[in-house]
Design a protein around this ligand. Structure first.
Ligand code: ADP
Length: 488
């Protein structure tokens, strides 16, 4: 078989770009290894400026006809796309697991259905964008949500299928065309999505995918003069670089970045539920931007709560993400493993206590033990920086003012969870924390109609529901003077 196709878990996956409805190979290729077993999965075409120029040109060419279809015309195509994702559930889940090490069961039951929902939900929501008027004494303001044009969509490796569909769903539903730059550490499910979209009847050029390294292909995309939107999910440092390109061309940019969220457990909480949520932060081996990595427990109950958390964590099996009983799979690459263990080693050297874990796991080279760090010095590296591994910090507090100050003492503001049985108390603390999402007595529930994004260094803008369309459209006011048209 040529390098243009890789067979992964029995599934044939194209390793080339998808431009104007055709597969296009590059001369150069980059290797993609599976975090599950460290073996080479594929040699993927490494795109650069030439491929990006072709993809943006294809997206520009396809734009007028796609925009002209309107939400009603686009709906059946996007619906078939969503159905196609569900129809290929097993394949997508298996490839995603080999590509980024996420749990197979989670991909099958949660991520693939969500990916389909991301496409279908926004295609239906787009129907509500028409016909909004604001009456004023002299004029009627007809508010229009015109498609913006060509969108540059850049996604990270920790949840490629989920995040690619979360971007292309509203982007295409609003009438834009797209160029996607998938993550170089896990680019393969995105390639399958292109085939599914094409089989659903998505016109050539509406969705283009250019594989490549961030600093080369990603850089060529965000610096392209003919893009109208940049939607980025990834690290804060990369967002700073992309933001400079967006600033030079005055291109609207949405960015969803890192986090170091608080997980607050008050003395009146349902401690069993809260303990399960703490253990749940190890999901995806902690490679989750929304993870509540700063666990803050009211001092009065800290000891008894710790026992409950230990109990919940002791049942979490570290191992092969394809096995049904596994709860914690591998980290994505050796490089990332070293980054995670570097944070832990420096924390140890600075006097932090390893309440459990603190080392690699003997299951395999890329596996890391679920870890709880205690005795964390305020403003130390482990207190402030995002580790992006199965590493949580443990803090105790006395009273609301202290926990609010602790939660806000972070450069990030992406997520957060709070457990309390008192509504007054929960809502007061929730209101005082600067963050994009705060879950009360729950975690990770995300309705696509609700806003999502980050405060502070965790992002720019909000997406979800109407906020997605605010971003992916040019909102225009056609202000018409009353009684100014000829009467028939
Ligand atoms: P992570 O730490 O989650 O990998 P990154 O910010 O490094 O986050 O990567 C997220 C995405 O951004 C990837 O698709 C990557 O290729 C891309 N990327 C990295 N650097 C750049 C850049 N300079 N310009 C555009 N995209 C980039």
């Amino acid at each position: 078989m040529s390098e243009s196709t890789a067979t992964i878990a029995g599934v044939a996956v194209s390793t080339d770009h998808f431009i104007a409805g055709k597969r296009v190979a590059s001369k150069g290729r980059f290797p993609v290894y599976s975090p599950v077993d460290g073996l080479l999965l594929a040699k993927v075409s490494a795109g650069g400026k030439a491929e990006m120029d072709a993809a943006v040109a294809a997206a520009r060419k396809a734009f007028p006809a796609w925009a002209a279809l309107g939400p009603k015309g686009r709906l059946p195509i996007l619906r078939r796309f969503a159905e196609g994702i569900l129809a290929h559930k097993e394949k997508l889940a298996a490839v995603e697991t080999m590509d980024n090490g996420s749990l197979l069961a989670g991909n099958l039951h949660r991520i693939v259905p969500r990916a389909a929902h991301n496409i279908q939900f926004f295609a239906e929501w787009a129907l509500t964008l028409e016909g909004h008027a604001i009456d004023s004494p002299e004029v009627v303001n007809h508010v229009r949500y015109d498609p913006a044009g060509v969108a540059a969509l850049i996604t990270p490796w920790n949840a490629p299928m989920m995040l690619t569909t979360w971007k292309i769903g509203p982007c295409l539903a609003a009438g834009n065309t797209a160029v996607v730059k998938p993550p170089e550490w896990a680019p393969l499910t995105c390639s399958l999505l292109a085939d599914i979209a094409q089989a659903a009847g998505l016109p050539d050029g509406v969705l283009n995918i250019v594989q490549g390294i961030g600093e080369v292909a990603g850089d060529a995309l965000v610096n392209h003069p003919d893009i109208d939107r940049i939607s980025f999910t990834g690290s804060t440092d990369t967002a700073r670089i992309i933001g400079q390109a967006a600033a030079r061309s005055i291109t609207p940019m949405s960015a969803e970045l890192g986090g170091k969220s608080a997980l607050i457990v008050c003395d009146d909480a349902d401690l069993d539920a809260a303990a399960q949520t703490v253990a749940g932060q190890y999901m995806n081996a902690g490679q989750v931007c929304l993870a509540g990595t700063r666990v803050m427990v009211e001092r009065k109950i800290a000891e008894s709560f710790l026992e409950k958390v230990k109990g919940a964590v002791s049942h979490m099996k570290v191992g092969d993400p394809r096995e049904p009983g596994t709860r914690v799979g591998p980290l994505i690459t050796k490089e990332h493993f070293e980054r995670v263990s570097g944070f832990v080693e420096r924390a140890k050297a600075a006097g932090a206590e390893m309440m459990w874990g603190g080392n690699g796991h003997n299951f395999g080279e890329l596996y890391y033990q679920p870890t709880m760090v205690g005795n964390v010095a305020r403003h130390s590296e482990i207190d402030q920086k995002e580790v992006f591994g199965p590493v949580l910090n443990w803090y105790t507090f006395a009273g609301d003012d202290e926990v609010i100050a602790m939660a806000n003492d972070s450069p990030y503001g992406l997520g957060g969870s709070l457990y309390s049985r008192s509504e007054d108390r929960a809502m007061r603390i929730a209101g005082a924390i600067k963050t994009g999402t705060l879950w009360v007595n729950c975690f990770f529930v995300r309705d696509l109609a609700a806003p999502f994004g980050g405060a502070k260094n965790s992002g720019i803008g909000r997406e979800g529901g109407v906020w997605s369309f605010d971003f992916y459209t040019d909102i225009k006011n056609v202000s018409v003077r009353k009684d100014s048209f000829a009467q028939h």
